[in-house]
Design a protein around this ligand. Sequence first.
Ligand SMILES: Cc1ncc(COP(=O)(O)O)c(C=O)c1O
Length: 505
Amino acid sequence: MIPTDHHPPDCLSVRDGRLFIEDCDTLALVEEFGTPIFAFSEAQITENYRRFHDAFAAGWTHGPVDVMPAMKANTILAIRQLLTNLGAGADLYSPEELEGALRTGVDPERTSANGGGKGRQHLRRCIEAGVRITVEDLHEIDWIQEEAAALGKVAKIRLRVKPALPNLWRRTDFTQLWIPIDLGVQVYKSGIPPEYLVDLGRKAIEAPNIELVGLHFHAGRHHPGLWFWQGMMVRFARLVGELCRAWDGWKPQEIDIGGGMASRRDPLNKEFSRWEFLLTAAGYPFLVGLRGLGERMYHSLLGKIVNALREHPTPKGVPTIEQYAETITGTLSRALLAEGVDLEGVRLQTEPGRSLYGDTAIHLSRVKVVKHQTEPIPYTWVLLDTTYFFLAGGVYEKNRHPFLVANKADAPEEILADIVGHSCYADQIVLGAKMPAMEMGDVVAILEVGAYQESSASNFNALPRPATVLVNGGTAEVIKHSETLDDIYGRDVIPKRLRPGRRSR
Ligand SMILES: Cc1ncc(COP(=O)(O)O)c(C=O)c1O
């Protein structure tokens, strides 16, 4: 069964026990393109973009709406081109993301060059290209003014703010530690601290080659709940109101709420459940103490406890794109109007990453080995021909990846195993996976990998990063080649003096 929910259309379906993405049989895909491989659904990307746009436009009646997907979540140019063709803007971090998006002809008026530590050259390029600069660092205003003056242009900028969120005291999902969201946001490096905003804004307003067009707030993925967005938007609106008053009636042309909404099958920070964390921290002396019962009993109990530790609670439900949009636009409108902010013609911008790309891709790989042990504790591993280094974003974010066995998609669960990759690390992709009986050659599909996974893949063990295909109905084509040996070693230089025949004796 596909782990799905109340979210409308899904590019995945099970037909006669086989997993399909759109109308492509995943088993035919792996026959044609090999494994491991990422497969994206063009229909799902299009659908998600349209739903974001339409839902935000329905809720925000004061002015236009821009959906500006975060390029960091997915840097594949064909996918960026598809989004550009649909009319999407872009959240861009590095100079390289900027160049990639510009290559696809993205409208620079609907971009946001985000991030701290921007170099002068990067700022100059943004001004030349007419890209919006979202300011993070205090010195940026001086550099932008100087560069814009030298180019004879006016740079349009926004300030990235970071309001205090004492109303959000519930636990953040951002880390496995027990930390309130408010603190989680404060210790996150991004955003200009409130104490500088009034002076910085005045300086920008007075600068002859700068136009301050908006304010931006991105806090990250802290909780999927709608109450989180209500709390964020209320505090953001309060700060916007304070700044409009402090800047003598300045009016924003753009308000950007960043990203951070959860994706359909939200895997973030689920690999290690809450009670498990507590049990492990508190349980260590207990586990060690069991040794007093003798070796046999110790291992027998460990075997039982390890299975309990690998149990996972049912994940929290994730609101739909429409529910997010309604909550965000409704709360923001009401709170900004209550602050006396004139909203006539104001653009609302959103920068979804995981919530737009997450469910648009799967990662397909084949089982290389199924390994069982019964002594001293029973355990099973299903070793794939991929690695968590190709899903590195998931490792950083402690994802519990949803998965399916593509060739046994409706077979009953029979075994409990760790799904592991074939690098020399422990390479745990899914711990304690309940699966059908597995054998060599079975195809495992890791779901919800459209955001941050392909873009964070590395090639540890000199493993070639996999290809990506784009599925469109019943056809698929390669949009990113897998790495060759020459790609893997292409950046390496062996100095002449170290080459064979030149070794000094
Ligand atoms: C400024 C900005 N916007 C948008 C995003 C996308 O966030 P998410 O993938 O959580 O939606 C990020 C991610 O870090 C970001 O830094």
